[in-house]
Every structure is written in structure tokens, then in C-alpha cells.
Design a protein around this ligand. Structure first.
Ligand code: GLN
Length: 284
């Protein structure tokens, strides 16, 4: 994809907000908006001077890489009790940067906004539990895969929905720009439901918890984690769109960053740090 000017960016955001496949767009203001919620437009505006910065080691290049991430996508990125952004993605990134001696700044903007930031050049890379897919590989270069995932469907615990056929005539929630959204839209017509989109996972879950949407589609490791932490939803026994997470950069750009990430990741796998980070968040 070519670099975008501010003007085409504005146009593109409209398109992007209108769909992961181009269907209905939801007003996302109703459900529990927090200070952390950021729209794609705001995110692009503030991307350059965004959020937390983290120092890697002083060695290596002078460049401070701008790395964009999601807001809350547990256990991959979230704010802990001390107000620090942590999680599998961010702990891996920190350890890789230390291992490889590069410096970065984190832009905590939301998934779709993170991809936008990368596409417009406001960010060098995205680490956000981002699935490596053939469509995306046409636009972005990915690191080696670091986590297996896929899409699941969650409903209220007392819901009698057991299959997609039970979603006929209902509204289903998804997060803009994600594989979960793409999957939901790909079967919406066949099963006769409509897809409503949200910018953050929190707002999407809230819409199901509030009974507005009958279900939501999102990565099952993330929903499984939230449920293990007390979120009152249950997962249907269906796993779709199996994929792996990778760190993305724009195609042909920041090749040295991807190389450092791959080498660092391999080193962490070798020295046990990768397992240590995974085990911090996911109890086997
Ligand atoms: N893995 C999903 C995707 O890449 C969702 C990522 C996210 O919501 N942070 O589309």
C-alpha cells in the first residue's frame, strides 16, 4: 500500500470505520467509554506524541522505533495495577529490545488505530496480538510467529445459543479491523445476523454483557483469559480462522527491525525467557 497523505488518511479512516469487510458501523459511544478509549482519528492525531516510552539498551542504532499496540487485549497488552502497560506482547518486546539493543516508544492506541498508525508512517511497527494472514502478508512484513491463536464466539453464560444458526435475526459484536470481525462478516449473511463494530474489546464485551448483542467474535485465547479472570461470558465450542501472531511492519520498510525481532525472539526461546513470559500470564 502506498504512503498516505493526511487527506487520504481522513478518507481511509471513514472507510475503515465502516467495516472490516464493509458493512454496518456502530456508534461506540454508548457503552462504557473510558479515558483509555481512543478513536482511530484521535489516535492518528496524537500518535507521534503518544503514551508510554520504554528504553531499551543504549547500544545499537540511534533510532527510537515507534511501536503501536492495542489498548486492552489481555493477556497480550493491558494496564496493570501500577498503571504500566504489560502483557505477553509488551514483555516480549521489552526483552527483545534489551537483547538486541534497540530503543522504542510505545503508542497505546487500539488495534485498528495501531494498524493505521503504521500505514501512515506514524508508527514503525505493530505488536498487538496481530494475526499473520495471507491478506495482510500482501501489505506488511511479519516477524516469525510467536503465539498460536484463532477466532472464537462468546455469549452470555445462560444464553441458549449453541450454534451460529441460533444467531439468526440477532446482532453480533466485533472489533473493527480484526480477524474476529472479518470472520463474523464472512458468515453474517449465511446465518442471518448483523455485525456491529467497536473500537475496543472492552466496549465489544460490554455490548454482549448488556444484552444488546447476542454474541461477539474475538480471539479465543483473549476471551478465554478474560473469562478465567471473571468476565461473565462463555465460549462456544467452535474455533475458527486458526492463525499465529506476529509483529508487523510495512512491506519493505524497517527490515532491520524485523530482523532484530526475529533474532531476539529466537534468543528468548533459547534462553527460557520466552517461556517465562508466557507462563507469567498463562497458567498451564
Ligand atoms: N488477532 C486479531 C487480529 O489480528 C485481533 C488483534 C487485536 O484485536 N489486537 O485481527
Amino acid at each position: 500500500m502506498k504512503k498516505l497523505t493526511a487527506l487520504t488518511l481522513a478518507a481511509m479512516m471513514t472507510v475503515s470505520l465502516a467495516g472490516c469487510g464493509g458493512s454496518d458501523t456502530a456508534e461506540t459511544t454508548a457503552a462504557g467509554t473510558t479515558a483509555a478509549d481512543t478513536t482511530a482519528a484521535e489516535a492518528a492525531d496524537t500518535a507521534a506524541d503518544a503514551a508510554d516510552s520504554t528504553d531499551g539498551s543504549a547500544e545499537g542504532t540511534d533510532k527510537v522505533y515507534q511501536i503501536a499496540t492495542d489498548i486492552t487485549f489481555k493477556p497480550f497488552e493491558f494496564e496493570n495495577e501500577n498503571g504500566e502497560m504489560v502483557g505477553i506482547d509488551l514483555d516480549l518486546l521489552k526483552a527483545i529490545a534489551e537483547d538486541q539493543g534497540f530503543t522504542y516508544e510505545l503508542q497505546v492506541v487500539g488495534f485498528n488505530a495501531a494498524v493505521m498508525a503504521m500505514e501512515t508512517g506514524a508508527a514503525d511497527a505493530v505488536i498487538a496480538g496481530m494475526s499473520i494472514t495471507p491478506e495482510r502478508e500482501a501489505l506488511y512484513d511479519f516477524s516469525d510467529p510467536y503465539f498460536e491463536s484463532g477466532v472464537g464466539c462468546a455469549v452470555l453464560p445462560d444464553s441458549d445459543i449453541t450454534d451460529y444458526t441460533d444467531l439468526a435475526g440477532k446482532q453480533v459484536a466485533a472489533k473493527t479491523g480484526t480477524e474476529g470481525c472479518k470472520f463474523a462478516e464472512s458468515i453474517a449473511e449465511e446465518y442471518g445476523f448483523t455485525v456491529v463494530q467497536f473500537d475496543t474489546s472492552a466496549m465489544m464485551y460490554q455490548d454482549v454483557l448488556a444484552g444488546n448483542s447476542a454474541a461477539c467474535f474475538e480471539d479465543y485465547p483473549v476471551m478465554g483469559y478474560e473469562i478465567s479472570q471473571g468476565m461473565e461470558l462463555k465460549l462456544l465450542d467452535k474455533l475458527e480462522s486458526a492463525n499465529n501472531y506476529g509483529v508487523a511492519v510495512m512491506k519493505g520498510q524497517n527490515a532491520e527491525l524485523i530482523e532484530m525481532i526475529n533474532t531476539g525472539l529466537a534468543n528468548l526461546k533459547e534462553n527460557g525467557k520466552y517461556d517465562e513470559i508466557i507462563n507469567t500470564y498463562i497458567k498451564k
